[in-house]
Ligand binder design. Structure first.
Ligand code: ADP
Length: 558
């Protein structure tokens, strides 16, 4: 043991309640020796007397015995309790030698008595008090017998009670400290366990998230990136402009898949999620115009913490390029087949017409031909509808932008569809609040309005109301088409703009349609740099809102 470690070891042996018995014993011996030396200076005859030397020898012998037993007997062995008890008994001859200073010498017995209470608590306190009784009280009473007066009894009792009280106090304090220590150790252990578990879970989560093929971005409530898994890092790399590894958000190559027009920063998936939007199946294309590009279906959900407060958002990016490609080819082949059917069907109708013009036709044959003509016309109408629905997707070139008034287009659409509203007993209203002109493709925008209004008429029962309203919003020109029709469930709204998607009620109610109108509508709106959204409640009605950016606005006139 290095010299510097001696005070440390000494301190440990004095303060430890479980071991350090040798240290405590040596210290007690040194203490008694010092005490004896001081008293010896004033009363050398007493100190050198047989009785005193016997007591001193007993303590010295106990110290030697301790140093011999110490390496062999475990410090937690109960036998060690006998050591302070024996020390208390060994103090008795010292005290008896100093009859005049007996009271002062008795104080020496407090050292081993406190040690016993400190290390063995209540058992130590009880044994130390018993030892004091045996070593001091009993001999005093026996010596004075039979002249034991009240003062002697009180003096003896006081010593016993003080020893008992002090040792009990030490035992209690030590027990309490031990309990506190155990509690703290337990709390520390639990916290360490928790930290380990959390670290394990975090590791597991990171592994799982990194093994997913779906790109994941998590942002905190201020919009800062918190997590981006490896799939998303690869997708993100696609969106980097050439030669700029760390561009600002608006420089990332994020485009509308149909038109390849860059998506304005405000309409990009992460920004929409940061702005507290929740959405599903929002299609974007990542990559430069002339390089590798992927089409991604994005979705966002808001994260809420345990207190129910918004804590950020998670945005998912699934690569649907292959699916989109297959759907495109499917659409093309359906369009080709429909196109092929149109010519023979028109020819059938022509010949049926010619045949029915013949006057000598028997009446039953005429009736049969009329049925055939009706069905052929129906079939042709289906083919026409299908072809309209499948019309080649509007791309950047197919949107021919010219100045036009959205309000005029809305009025015209309502007038065109009014006969259908009258037939369906639906109150169709058109409110134009702004006469602003903007750059748009009038036939395409008319297709948008007519899809929305005819859907509203189709999915609103007789007696209902459909309202078209054109108005100016802070950053856009808005058209709202609202109805009091069948509406739809929230989970259905998320898929509404997907090709061929139709809600359950519509499919079960056998209302005719192909589920293509809204996807085309969305593509046209996006090709104009705008957005379309829906709010609907089942059984109450729906509102479709088209927003066209103000940048396209031309000198507004009211
Ligand atoms: P289609 O009307 O030919 O089925 P759309 O793409 O226009 O195809 O619409 C897709 C689906 O959205 C419809 O089948 C219907 O379920 C639902 N939908 C569209 N507009 C409305 C509306 N105004 N009210 C209720 N449901 C609607």
């Amino acid at each position: 043991m290095g010299i510097t470690r001696i005070p440390q070891a000494l301190l440990h042996s004095l303060t430890s309640p479980h071991d350090g018995h040798l240290g405590k014993q040596i210290l007690f011996f040194v203490y008694v020796l010092t005490f004896s030396a001081l008293l010896g200076i004033v009363q050398p005859t007493v100190m050198l007397g047989l009785e005193y030397l016997l007591g001193l020898a007993a303590i010295a012998a106990l110290t030697v015995l301790t140093s011999l037993a110490y390496p062999r007997v475990s410090s937690t062995h109960l036998a060690w309790i006998l050591l302070p008890v024996a020390d208390v008994l060994a103090v008795a001859p010292l005290r008896d030698a100093f009859r005049v200073e007996a009271g002062t010498v008795t104080l020496l017995a407090f050292v081993p008595a406190l040690w016993a209470a400190y290390c063995w608590r209540y058992l130590g306190a009880a044994l130390a008090t018993a030892a004091v009784t045996l070593a001091f009280a009993v001999p005093t009473l026996l010596r004075e017998y039979p002249e034991i007066d009240g003062t002697l009894i009180v003096r003896t009792l006081i010593i016993l009670l003080v020893v008992l009280q002090v040792t009990l106090l030490v035992a209690m304090a030590t027990s309490r400290a031990a309990r506190e220590r155990a509690r703290t150790a337990e709390a520390l252990r639990e916290r360490t366990d928790l930290l380990c578990r959390t670290a394990d879970q975090e590791q597991l989560l990171t592994n799982v998230i990194d093994s997913l093929s779906v790109g994941i971005v998590v942002v905190d409530k201020d919009g800062h990136d918190v997590l981006m898994n490896s799939a998303q890092q690869q997708l993100h790399a696609l969106a980097l402009p050439v030669g700029d590894p760390d561009p600002s958000e608006d420089r990332l190559e994020v485009r509308y898949p149909e038109s390849s027009i860059p998506i304005p920063p405000r309409a990009r998936p992460v920004r929409r999620a940061v702005e507290r939007e929740t959405f599903t199946n929002y299609l974007v294309s990542l990559g430069p115009l002339d390089g590798p590009r992927r089409t991604l279906s994005t979705a966002a959900r808001q994260i809420v913490d345990v207190r129910g407060e918004r804590d950020g958002a998670v945005i998912l990016f699934s690569d649907v390029s292959d699916f989109v490609e297959v759907a495109k080819r499917q659409r093309q082949s359906t369009a080709d087949v429909s196109h092929e059917m149109r010519t023979p069907l028109t020819s059938i109708l022509g010949y049926l017409d010619l045949t029915m013009e013949a006057e000598e036709l028997p009446s039953t044959a005429r009736e049969h031909l009329e049925v055939a003509e009706r069905n052929a016309e129906k079939l042709l109408q289906y083919v026409e509808d299908l072809l309209e629905g499948l019309s080649v997707s509007p791309d950047e070139d197919s949107v021919a932008l010219v100045p036009a008034r959205l309000g005029d287009l809305a009025r015209e659409t309502c007038e065109t569809l009014r006969p259908r509203a009258v037939e369906g007993e639906i109150d169709l209203r058109c409110t134009v609040e702004t006469e602003a002109s903007l750059l748009l493709d009038p036939p395409r925008m008319t297709q948008v309005l007519s899809n929305l209004v005819s859907n509203a008429l189709k999915y609103t029962p007789a007696g209902g109301r459909v309202e078209v309203r054109v108005s100016e919003a802070p950053e856009a020109l808005e058209v709202r088409v609202s109805d009091t029709g069948i509406g739809m469930a929230p989970e259905e709204q998320a898929n509404l703009f997907m090709e061929y998607y139709r809600t359950t009620a519509v499919r079960e109610g056998r209302i005719p349609g192909y589920g293509l109108g809204l996807s085309i509508t969305q593509r046209i709106v996006r090709a104009h740099g705008g957005q379309i959204s829906v709010r609907s409640a089942q059984g109450e009605g729906s509102t479709f809102t088209v927003r066209l950016p103000r940048e396209r606005l031309l000198a507004p006139r009211r």
